[in-house]
Design a protein around this ligand. Sequence first.
Ligand code: NAP
Length: 468
Amino acid sequence: MAGLTQFAYIVATTLFIFALHWMNTPATARRGVFAGVAATTIAVVVTWVQPGVIHHWWIVFAIIAGFVVGVPLSRVPLTAVPQRTALSHAFGGVAAGLVGTAEYYLWLSEGPENLTAFRMVAIIAEIILGYLTFTGSLMAAGKLQEVKWVPQRPVTYPFQNLSNLLLFGLALALAAALTIHPTAAWAPALFPVIIVLALLFGVLLIIPIGGADMPTVIAILNSYAGLSAVAMGFVLDNKLLITAGALDGSSGLILAIIMCKAMNRSFANVLFGAFGQVKPAKTGDDPDKVYKSETVEGAAQVLEQSNFVVIIPGYGMAVSQAQHKVRELYDQLKKRGITVKFAIHPVAGRMPGHMNVLLAEADIPYPDLAEMDEINPDMPQVDVALVVGANDVVNPAARTDKSSPIFGMPIIEADKARSVFAIKRSKNPGFAGIDNQLYFSDRTWMLFGDAKNVIGELVKQLSGSGMH
Ligand code: NAP
């Protein structure tokens, strides 16, 4: 039995590794999901049939509860995937925290010799990381979902980082005392104090961080959840939990690093930079900041006469679910022999790969999707850059304005195209909360309105009114 269990765990680990590998590209991502589901199923079944498991109804109850929560969660729209992911991390975190808590009191009641220093370190790591991931992820999900009582913008106050650090230091000091004297008379009462401090730290860690940085924070929380699972694996002496947790932890970390690079920001800036606070100077105060509007008819004519069009999708395309209309526009332009490319910024939207997923859903051929670095050298030859609900990722301030919070972030250089049409609903800024000089440029014309409607109108113009 033991040999078979270990073999099944190796198969599950291999499947987890392949799942991550296949997630690398949209072409194999579906296979990656199936591999992950298969690995999890193997892990659950093999653990369930262990002779030590006797209360089967509890497991049945947990599986039913998992389905009751999980199935509706899987049906959220793509725009809500980051907050949905945060909720999953919250569940993972609290599960690890609860297992650590149960194991401590169980071993304490069974005999002090059980609570070795090694086990105590693992339990402490598990509960601190688990509980802070729980509240931190709930806060992150609340910010992204724009829940009323969770402020979107960073909340800052004097000595914030110092007081957070002191709080965390206090939790670690108490944890050290508990590790040294796990069976002291005061130990069972100290344990919940550490839990409360970890829960509080999770909240305080997230409130100074703005909504725009939440996807990166979620990736970091993902790695915390993975690390707490590793600690849980040591507590329960389960090798699969250790490897799966390590994979989870490292992939979260790698993802966070990729996002930080794409925004040209450091981890410290994301976690402590209070990025995304609204700047006091706003549009309208400055007479130079004038928008030029264009009609759909005019835009359709210009599009029709161009040779090279680059479509730059952003968060707004996701919000309005305009990808299918965008596909129709692409078809209309291709029919006329126009070269059409989609310029994909690595952090366009609200999660990595957001735009790729939406465009794949609308069956846009992969060869016409171009990464930022690939398309930027071609931008001066582009007749029309059509910006569909993107803002920060095309903001030239990232290149030109040293005082801008996004200075240094690589952007899609739409401003270098011969002309720009930008679709958005209003004059509001994007997620970084700053104005976009691109919209005030001589070569830019605004098409104000919901992306799906505006693109739909453009398609109608190009297909209906004899424009062939
Ligand atoms: P953005 O800067 O948030 O801009 C999106 C624009 O879409 C807004 O200006 C908004 O203007 C417009 N919009 C919203 N709903 C619309 C609708 N229904 N129809 C038409 N337009 C609509 O988005 P982005 O350019 O994609 O940039 C992404 C931002 O998220 C960056 O700041 C990036 O750093 C951050 N971020 C992303 C990730 C990631 O992994 N993707 C991770 C971390 C941070 P109106 O309100 O006027 O319509």
